[in-house]
Design a protein around this ligand. Structure first.
Ligand SMILES: [Zn+2]
Length: 451
């Protein structure tokens, strides 16, 4: 890899300048007034890939187009690389210290919207491919980029495309760099994601809000009924009380427990970051285990009645809550949806009516770390960053990963190149220049593993 790494180091300035060009498009997929800029960003990528010597095209979807780019390599093994060219809105503007769509290099970081999520991380793979092409004249394996423009707006273009084209999307593995390393600088390979179920429950009482003096004591109060139902769903430590909820939860393997211990979760930093008094959750589980391999029940929001300035003596007509559950292997989202619906219904008293927006969701993802593709990812990170990577899991869910996992049945190499201090989705988003350079090296090294 020496010669390739030297090439990468020698071209830092140009790679950075090109990333700047990529970042300058305000490709905010959520905002209709940015539709043109989003399209221009996709077109820029297509021509950039063509200049690099890849076949590239735009693929129309019901929303923003997909950029597809590919090139045959020495071996017929194919690596698919996922990324997204759309970004979150830049607001609030007044909190930015540099112009959001002008990549600014400051104290070793590239500052801009999309710097880490996901233009910077994606660009590592684009330049990894280019560095190999420039130094060796050809790629070690077939490469296919699938880059969507709807990650931040929840569009279904890429998911529909994958379902439709799944027979033509065969490969050895799929790579995603759209996440974080462990802590500030430890390269990490993520092998597990939690699943998710969403649900909304509305309890209905009187036809309209009522005077709490004239009617109180003789009519049901939907807010109180709702609170009581929700309180019966979890115990004080967050243990979920839905019958059968834990039946299929696979206990954390001994090697993982040992790994979690070695990762040395920083409780003080966690308290500082979150502003809570202390980590709180199920007894007998470490913080990392709670977030990575324990399922949850969370109320995301409660509404109903009066919550404005001053008081208002009413009995609300209705009250509702939005709820999400995070699932872990081997819980089955469909089974849990049924169990959840049945349990909630059993808690609703017969003196109110209700509306239940049916629960729906997706399964957790768990990839065997011994899979050769993950081992290749590990080698690539070690070579690119010059440091031994760690194995991590992630408490969140990435919808596209679930579709790839289920439709393409490909092992997924999740190598996040950002850090959780990068401020993805926030003002002053940034990406470390050294992670950018090491990420390019890791990507080039990864391709080499599939020769
Ligand atoms: Zn992203």
């Amino acid at each position: 890899m020496q010669e390739i790494f030297r090439y990468i180091d020698n071209h830092e300035e140009r790679y950075l300048r090109e990333l700047k060009d990529f970042i300058q498009f305000p490709s905010v997929s959520k905002h209709s007034q940015r539709k043109k800029a989003t399209l221009e960003c996709a077109q820029w990528l297509v021509s950039h890939f063509r200049e690099m010597g890849l076949d590239s095209q735009l693929i129309e979807t019901s929303g923003h187009p997909i950029v597809r780019a590919e090139r045959k390599g020495k071996s017929s093994r194919r690596l698919i690389i996922y990324g997204h060219y759309d970004v979150q809105p830049e607001e609030p503007l007044d909190l930015w210290e540099t112009p959001p769509f002008e990549a600014t290099l400051k104290e070793g970081f590239i500052h801009a919207r999309g710097a880490t999520d996901d233009k910077g991380q994606l660009f590592c793979h684009i330049k990894g491919v280019e560095s190999l092409l420039k130094t060796e004249g050809e790629l070690p394996c077939d490469v296919l980029f699938l880059i969507e423009g709807e990650e931040e707006c929840g569009g279904s273009g890429l998911k529909d495309y994958i379902r439709k084209e799944k027979d033509n999307l065969k490969g050895e593995a799929l790579v995603i760099s759209d996440g974080n390393m462990y802590g500030d600088s430890t390269p990490a390979l993520c092998y597990g994601l939690r699943g998710i179920i969403s649900m909304e429950l509305i309890i209905k009482g009187p036809r309209t809000d009522l005077h709490s003096g004239s009617f109180g004591g003789n009519v049901p109060n939907p807010a109180m009924v709702l609170a009581k139902i929700l309180a019966q769903c979890v115990d004080d430590n967050g243990k979920v009380l839905i019958p059968g909820y834990y039946d299929k939860v696979k206990p954390t393997a001994p090697w993982e427990l040992e790994n979690f211990r070695k990762l040395a979760f920083d409780e003080t930093a966690f308290i500082q970051q979150t502003g809570i008094k202390a980590p709180h959750g199920e007894e007998g589980f470490s913080s990392l285990e709670r977030v990575w391999n324990r399922p949850t029940f969370e109320i995301n929001g409660i509404y109903g009645g009066y919550a404005g300035e001053g008081g208002k003596t009413i009995i609300p007509s209705y009250a509702g809550a939005k709820i999400t559950l995070r699932l872990v292997p081997d819980q089955d989202a469909q089974e849990i949806c049924l169990a959840l619906e049945g349990f909630i219904k059993s808690l609703i008293p017969d003196y109110v009516t209700y509306e239940l927006k049916r629960p729906s969701g997706s399964n957790p993802v768990y990839i065997d770390v011994h899979h050769p593709a993950l081992q290749a990812g590990k080698t690539a990170l070690r070579e690119g960053f010059g440091e031994e990577p760690v194995y991590i899991r992630e408490g969140g869910s990435i919808p596209v990963v679930k579709v790839i996992w289920e439709e393409l049945q490909l092992p997924i190499i999740l190598m996040g190149l950002g850090t959780d201090r990068d401020g993805a989705h926030a003002p002053n988003e940034k990406f470390s220049l050294s992670n950018f350079m090491n990420g390019i090296k890791a990507s080039a090294s990864l391709l080499k593993q599939f020769k």
